[in-house]
Design a protein around this ligand. Structure first.
Ligand code: IMP
Length: 182
């Protein structure tokens, strides 16, 4: 199960995991999002909450956009900042230095007291204006080595922070299955 209130994240995660032969179902719910200084802490608590709600092996994800010239803001507060000032508000805060990283932490909870965390980051920069539709910060984040925002990139799911974190999870999960099968 993939527990989230955000269907976009689920759709992307499902497409990515399908490439590894792992199927995923959506458990739509509002998870408690504690305020903490790291994505890992938030993800850990979200995973406990998700498992208590769905009682099945469950994946959750916590993400953050870290803008270097703003000392990592909005980082772990990315969800709140998106809902309040949004992309336009972020663009107003920026001058010339626009480098940023998009980070993802995937948490997998299967058994009591056993949360596995997988993190990944993609470096990039914030665009001068929103380009492309899609969701969240997609229209303003340009990954390194690209000239297009996530919103414009057809291959987002091959280069994104989500892809890299889920790939780590999938490798762990499949190898664990193999050793259990032996
Ligand atoms: P959350 O706390 O994990 O839900 O994510 C923090 C914020 O980042 C939310 O506003 C999400 O919509 C946004 N976000 C996370 N991943 C992406 C992405 O791949 N593209 C665009 N926005 C994202």
């Amino acid at each position: 199960m993939f527990a989230s209130s955000n269907k976009n994240k689920y759709e992307e995660a499902k497409g990515i995991l399908a490439k590894f032969g792992i199927s995923l179902r959506f458990f739509k719910c509002n998870l408690q999002e504690m305020q903490a200084d790291t994505l890992e802490e938030v993800a850990f608590h979200k995973a406990l909450d998700a498992f208590s709600k769905c009682s099945k092996p469950v994946i959750i994800e916590d993400d953050g956009l870290f803008i270097n010239s703003l000392k990592g803001f909005p980082g772990p507060y990315s969800s709140f900042v998106f809902k309040t000032i949004g992309n336009e508000g972020i663009l107003k805060l920026l001058k010339s230095k626009r480098s940023a990283t998009f980070q993802s932490v995937i948490a997998y909870y299967e058994r009591k007291n056993d949360v596995q965390l997988f993190n990944a980051a993609v470096s990039g920069k914030i665009s001068q204006k929103p380009i492309g539709k899609k969701w969240g910060y997609d229209p303003i984040f340009i990954p390194q080595g690209q000239t297009k925002t996530y919103a414009q990139l057809e291959e987002k799911n091959l280069v994104s922070h989500r892809y890299l974190a889920i790939k780590k999870f999938a490798n762990w999960y499949l190898h664990r299955q193999e050793s259990n099968d032996r």
